[in-house]
Design a protein around this ligand. Structure first.
Ligand code: NAP
Length: 247
């Protein structure tokens, strides 16, 4: 069995997920991650991780499907010699609109990926971690889940749900030394925020005390800390990384 830890990261093909994969690779972990559509981007993440001297593997899987999450975990276990030490639930989507104009499909799609995807992954992986009596689970919430945002009722609901799931599972698993925490990014420069119209982006920037967007690496740094040996007594917490937005 490999001496190295194995981390499973959802949505690792780009943005924050890619930065997390690379950061955990720098920490010496083998990396398994999934992507949904971006095979080329996923291959690039694999290369960036392997450059850190570890093994990396990309799996195509849609986390909104319970069956595909089970398949992803099975493949990760085969890759990781039967172990998954760290799970990072990062995959997420937005379907923004004012509530009056929000379609049922916009609610369903966001709930399916952000809420159900994290649920399915935590259920599948915590079974294994319970057997081993060790593990770290890190979920991606958002400043929007804590404070709300006009035009994102669906997204905010799922990111608030991530906080509720994190705290509840932390209580379920604490006695087995498995920690469950969440990170709540503010406005981070990725394709997700590149899609925000210029006028809305200016308004959001004005609400950031540091007056600039964060970078994916800012989030990856905190994930690395939560996944590391120094964070073993921290569980059920939500750490904001947002340039002061949540103050
Ligand atoms: P992003 O650039 O849009 O990347 C999203 C990632 O999730 C991609 O790797 C994508 O894969 C994957 N993904 C999307 N739908 C999926 C599905 N159904 N199944 C599996 N994978 C799927 O997003 P990001 O900005 O890096 O955000 C990452 C996380 O941080 C999300 O949970 C987001 O809500 C949260 N967050 C972001 C910000 C921000 O400002 N960027 C702020 C707060 C919270 P493909 O490339 O293959 O499609």
């Amino acid at each position: 069995m490999s001496e190295r830890k194995t981390a499973l990261v959802t949505g690792g093909s780009r943005g924050i997920g890619r930065a997390i994969c690379v950061r955990l690779a720098k920490d010496g972990m083998d990396i398994v991650f999934n992507y949904q559509r971006g095979k080329e981007a996923a291959d690039e993440t694999v290369k960036l991780c392997e450059a850190e001297g570890i093994r990396a593997y990309a799996v195509q899987a849609d986390v909104s499907s319970s069956a595909e999450c089970e398949k992803l975990v099975k493949e990760a276990l085969e890759f990781g010699d039967g172990q998954i030490d760290v799970l990072v639930n990062n995959a997420g989507i937005t379907k923004d609109a004012l509530l009056m104009k929000m379609k049922d499909e916009d609610l369903d799609a966001v709930v399916d990926v952000n809420l159900k995807g994290s649920f399915y992954m935590m259920r599948a992986v915590s079974r294994l971690m319970l057997r081993k009596k060790q593990g770290r689970i890190i979920n991606m919430s958002s400043v929007v889940g804590l404070h709300g945002n006009a035009g994102q009722v669906n997204y905010a609901a799922t990111k608030a749900a991530v906080v509720g799931m994190t705290k509840s599972l932390a209580k379920e698993l604490a006695s087995r030394k498995i920690t469950v925490n969440a990170v709540a990014p503010g406005m981070i420069k990725t394709q997700m925020t590149d899609a925000i119209p210029e006028s809305a982006r200016e308004k959001m920037l004005a609400e950031i005390p540091m007056r600039e967007l964060g970078m994916p690496e800012d989030i990856a740094e905190v994930v690395s800390f939560l996944a590391g040996d120094g964070a073993g007594y921290i569980t059920g917490q939500v750490i904001s990384v947002d340039g002061g937005m949540a103050i």
